[in-house]
Design a protein around this ligand. Structure first.
Ligand code: NDP
Ligand code: GDR
Length: 372
C-alpha cells in the first residue's frame, strides 16, 4: 500500500486530496495543528478512529515551524509521496503577518525538504510543492505559463517564491523527485470563508435569509482564473506519477472579475442587480427578485458596498493561466467551470444559511463574521 503524507490536510485542498488518495488505496497521513477548538471539520467525513484496525487515515499533531516534529513524523511514516499544502495562505493577512507567513510558507518548505534529505529519503520520497499563480503577481505577459517571469506582490508571494526555488534546488542538487504545481485560484464549498468567492457566496446567502444586510468587499475589478479544488488536486496527484519531476501550471484558461462572480452568485439566489457608482462609492443595487431563495431581499436594496480596508497595499490585478503543458503531458483537463462552481458554492451556503436562520430564530448565536 502506498503511503502519502499531507501537510495542510485540514485545509480546503488537503481535504480533497485526502479523499482522492484514500479512493486510490493509499494510506494517508496528515499533519494537523493543535488548536483550542476542533479544526478538522473538512475531513470529519473521512475521519477514522485510531482504535479501528487497518486505519488508512492517520493524523499527526505538527507544525511547519517545527523541524524536529517534521523529521520525526517523516521518520515514522516513511512516505512514498509528500504533499506540502500547509501554509498561511491568505494574501491580505500576509501583509499583517509577513514574518510568520515567511516562516511557515518559505522556511517550512525548506524544513520539510531538509528532513527528507537528512533521513536519506531523497531517492524514495516524491515531493509536491503547492506553488501559486501569486508568483506572477505584477504580470508582464498573458496568459501565464511555466516560462513567464515571476514578480510577487505580497509577503505571501515572496515566501512562495522561495519555496518554489528551494524545491527546484533540491531536485537539481540532490536528485529529489520534486514538483511545483503552479496552481491558479481554486475554490469550492470548502473554501475558507475570507477568500473572495466564499465570502461572496456565504455573504449573499446570509443576506437572502435575513442574517445580514450588506456585503462589504474590496477591489471589484480584480480578475482571476478560478477553477474547482477537486479538479486541481487530481492534477497534483498526476504530477507525482510521471517518470521525471517537472513543474506545471494548472488553470482553466478563462478569467472573470470579482464583480462578475458577484453577479453569478446573486443570480443563483434569484436576485438581479446592477452596479452603480465609481471607485470606493460603487454599490450593487437589487433590480428584481424571483423564486423563494431570498425572501428578505427587495428591489432597491443595496446588496454590496466597497470597504477600502479590503484593498491590499499592492494588488495582483489580473491572472490568467496557460496550462497547455499539463493538458499535453499529464492529460489533465478541468471538469468544472467557474460558473458551475459558483452555483455549487451558493447552494451549499444557502442550505447552511437556512439552518443558521432557524437556529437564530430559536435564540442561538450563529457565526456571521467574515472579515478578510
Ligand atoms: P487553506 O488555507 O484552506 O489550508 C491551509 C492549510 O495549512 C490548513 O490545513 C492549515 O491548518 C495549514 N497550516 C497553516 N499554517 C500551518 C503551520 N504553521 N503548520 C502546519 N500547517 C499549517 O489553503 P488551501 O487548501 O486553499 O491551499 C493549499 C495550499 O495551496 C497552500 O499552500 C496555498 O498557499 C496553496 N495554493 C492555494 C491556492 C488556492 O487557490 N486555494 C492556489 C495556489 C496555491 P489549519 O486548518 O489549522 O488552519
Ligand atoms: P487571492 O485570493 O489573493 O487571489 O489568493 P482572494 O480570494 O483572497 O482574492 C482574490 C481577489 O479578490 C480581491 N477582493 C477581495 N479579496 C478578499 N479576500 N476579500 C474581499 O473582500 C475582496 N474584495 C476584492 C482581492 O483583492 C484579489 O484581487 C488566493 C489564495 O488561495 C492564495 O493562497 C493562492 O496562492 C492564490 O489564491 C492563487
Amino acid at each position: 500500500m502506498k503511503k502519502a503524507l499531507i501537510t495542510g490536510i485540514t485545509g480546503q485542498d488537503g481535504s480533497y486530496l485526502a479523499e482522492l488518495l484514500l479512493d486510490k488505496g493509499y494510506q494517508v497521513h496528515g499533519i494537523k495543528r493543535r488548536s483550542s477548538l476542533f479544526n478538522s471539520q473538512r475531513i470529519d467525513h473521512i475521519y477514522q478512529d485510531p482504535h479501528t484496525e487497518h486505519q488508512r487515515l492517520v493524523l499527526h499533531y505538527g507544525d511547519l515551524t517545527d523541524s524536529s516534529n517534521l523529521t520525526r513524523i517523516l521518520q515514522e511514516v516513511q512516505p512514498d509521496e509528500v504533499y506540502n499544502l500547509g501554509a498561511q495562505s491568505h494574501v491580505a493577512v500576509s501583509f499583517e503577518s509577513p514574518e510568520y507567513t515567511t516562516d511557515v510558507d518559505a522556511m517550512g518548505t525548506l524544513r520539510l525538504l531538509e528532513a527528507i534529505r537528512l533521513l536519506g529519503r531523497e531517492g524514495t520520497t516524491k515531493f509536491y510543492q503547492a506553488s501559486t499563480s501569486e508568483l506572477y503577481g505584477l504580470v508582464k505577459e498573458s496568459p501565464q505559463s511555466e516560462q513567464t517571469p515571476f514578480h510577487p506582490r505580497s509577503p505571501y508571494g515572496a515566501a512562495k517564491l522561495y519555496a518554489y526555488w528551494i524545491a527546484v534546488n533540491y531536485r537539481e542538487a540532490y536528485g529529489l523527485y520534486a514538483c511545483n504545481g503552479i496552481l491558479f485560484n481554486h475554490e469550492s464549498p470548502r473554501r475558507g470563508e475570507t477568500f473572495v468567492t466564499r465570502k461572496v457566496t456565504r455573504g449573499l446567502a446570509h443576506i437572502a435569509q435575513g442574517l445580514e444586510t450588506c456585503l462589504y468587499v474590496g477591489n471589484l475589478n480584480a480578475k482571476r482564473d478560478w477553477g474547482h479544488a477537486r479538479d486541481y488536486m487530481q492534477a497534483a496527484w498526476m504530477m507525482l506519477q510521471q517518470d521525471k519531476p517537472e513543474d506545471f501550471v494548472i488553470a482553466t484558461g478563462k478569467q472573470y472579475s470579482v464583480r462578475q462572480f458577484i453577479e453569478w452568485a446573486a443570480g443563483e439566489l434569484g436576485i438581479a442587480l446592477h452596479f452603480h457608482g465609481k471607485g470606493v462609492d460603487e454599490i450593487a443595487v437589487v433590480d428584481s427578485v424571483s423564486g423563494d431563495a431570498a425572501p428578505n431581499v427587495k428591489p432597491g436594496d443595496v446588496l454590496v458596498r466597497i470597504d477600502p480596508r479590503y484593498f491590499r497595499p499592492a494588488e495582483v490585478e489580473t491572472l490568467l493561466g496557460d496550462s497547455t503543458k499539463a493538458r499535453e503531458k499529464l492529460g489533465w483537463e478541468p471538469e468544472t467551470t467557474a460558473q458551475q462552481m459558483c452555483a455549487e458554492m451558493v447552494e451549499e451556503d444557502l442550505q447552511a444559511a437556512k439552518r443558521h436562520a432557524l437556529l437564530k430564530a430559536n435564540g442561538h448565536n450563529v457565526p456571521l463574521t467574515r472579515e478578510g
